[in-house]
Design a protein around this ligand. Structure first.
Ligand code: URP
Ligand code: ZN
Ligand code: ZN
Length: 485
């Protein structure tokens, strides 16, 4: 009798750096063998299939209260089920502080939500909106040591925004402790000023959300955030980048050897501002910040993906139902500024990138894997437990049929949002079988995972945030960052 619990046979294994044929042997929760002709108690035939690391969605909002106190549609059950069906086996949502809250209490509250419900593994980023002396002096350093090694700060939103002085405090603390700062970079006053001018003239439809968040606001804030990070010599990851101006600022910083990292999302490749101009309030479904832009910006984002300016491709799944509980919480005819910000994408993130990236030869499979999983694992301190297929790593695996054609419709999906912005789109390439720590959690279109079977992952310090340590080539600005293609 074989000592292997499970063997995946006859497939092609793809990591961020290699593509090879091999069986994958799993014992318990781990990968223990990569070799030919393995035998196991159970065997899965992956002939004609690709064996990829399970995806890591390192930017998603689950069971979170927005800055204007609207609740996300997905809890840790529906959110993680939906992620798993899309080939993702780890999520890193946010434990979001609101003003006046203790960060430790916030983290405990999110654990109470996630623990009994998650079906795949999860870590947490923190959102810091109220950097009080108690938070900065005690709670945050202690939380970093407990495995919460990355945190997001906002340069916009009335209730979230930090000023530059506070940003410097957060960045310098991150530098001292070896943590990673993520930034939502948009110029708050430009947005606020433009919003007031638009509303004065009666321009309140959803399409004006895109007008009120101009590219220059993203470009300016991205440049400023980079300057602040350079000033205190702290690495920085700019999240949900949409505009050419922001991409240029990141490329410029990377070409100067700064540890500036970039994340982009499906909405900036597959949606445009025209989607916000759909009839009636339909456009509300596409309101997110920064907003989708135009075809030229989509091209810039693809170029950034191909050339290595972006290390991370996340969903920024910010799920709000198209009703009074979510998008329309402020009324059926709410002005654009009162529409809950965010679009869903946790399940389609990888199929969309695979279809339009790999199957249209814009990126190769290895870059797909680095964007989908490996780089996030490295940047957020989960590597090599997560994000690769290697002996000793968790058996988090997605077996992809690279040719499976799917017409996207909401009924296929498993989230609780009620619509998808990608309705009607055709994709080719789909994750058919998904393993989380050796458990086959998705197979033949069915879920086989208990509520609460996912575990919390304390994160190590990011290798990107270690001022003295060696960097992987993918995270080293001196290698491929910002190369022209
Ligand atoms: O519109 C978005 N992206 N909503 C989610 C919150 C955020 O800023 O990431
Ligand atoms: Zn954001
Ligand atoms: Zn977000």
């Amino acid at each position: 009798m074989s000592h292997l619990d499970l063997v995946i046979k006859n497939g092609t294994v793809v990591t961020a750096t290699d593509t090879f044929t091999s069986d994958v042997g799993i014992c318990g929760e781990r990968i223990v063998a990569l070799a030919d002709d393995l035998r196991g108690k159970r065997e899965i035939d992956a002939g004609g299939r690709l064996i990829l690391p399970g995806g890591i969605d390192s930017h998603c909002h689950i069971e979170q209260l927005s800055s204007s106190k609207v609740v996300c549609a997905d809890d840790f059950f529906s959110g993680t089920v939906s992620a798993a069906f899309g080939g993702t086996t780890t999520i890193i949502p946010f434990a979001a502080q609101h003003h006046g809250q203790s960060l430790r209490q916030v983290v405990n509250d999110y654990h109470d939500c996630a623990g009994p419900k998650a079906v795949i593994d999860y870590a947490f980023h923190l959102i810091i909106t109220d950097p009080t002396p108690q938070v900065m002096g005690q709670e945050l350093p202690a939380l970093i040591r407990d495995g919460y090694t990355s945190f997001k700060v906002y340069m916009t939103y009335d209730n979230y925004q930090l000023d530059d002085y506070q940003m410097l405090d957060v960045l310098s603390l991150a530098r001292r402790e070896g943590a990673m700062v993520m930034v939502h970079a948009e110029n708050h006053d430009m947005i606020r000023w433009l919003t007031e001018r638009l509303l004065e003239k009666g321009y309140s439809a959803p399409k004006y959300h895109a007008v009120s968040h101009p590219r220059i606001a993203e470009g300016e804030a991205t440049h400023r955030a980079i300057c602040l990070s350079e000033f205190v010599d702290a690495p920085l990851l700019v999240v949900h980048v949409s505009a050419t101006e922001a991409i240029d600022a990141i490329r410029n910083a990377q070409s100067r050897g700064l540890k500036i990292y970039g994340e982009t999302c499906p909405q900036y490749l597959f949606l445009t501002a025209k989607d916000l101009d759909r009839p009636g309030m339909e456009g509300a479904k596409y309101c997110c910040s920064p907003p989708p832009r135009d075809e030229a910006a989509q091209d810039s984002v693809w170029k950034g993906i191909r050339s290595g300016i972006f290390q991370v491709f996340s969903s920024d799944h910010a799920p709000y139902r198209f009703d009074e509980s979510g998008k329309l919480a402020k009324g059926k005819e709410a002005a654009f500024k009162d529409i809950a910000n965010g679009v869903p994408g946790i399940e389609l993130r990888l199929p969309l990138l695979f279809s339009e990236g790999v199957n249209r030869s814009r990126i190769d499979l290895n870059r797909f894997v680095s964007l989908a999983a490996t780089n996030a694992a490295k940047i957020y301190g989960l590597y090599p437990r997560k994000g690769t297929i290697a002996i000793g790593s968790d058996a988090d695996i997605a077996i992809w049929n690279p040719d499976k054609a799917v017409e996207v419709t909401y009924d296929l999906l498993h989230d609780n949002v009620g619509y998808t912005p990608y309705e009607g789109r055709s994709v080719r390439g789909w994750p058919e079988t998904v393993l989380s720590r050796g458990r086959v959690v998705v197979e033949d279109g069915a879920l086989n995972a208990d509520r609460g079977s996912g575990v919390f992952l304390p994160c190590e310090l990011s290798e990107a945030a270690n001022p003295n340590g060696a960097l992987s080539p993918e995270l080293d600005p001196r290698t491929n960052f910002g190369a022209e293609i």
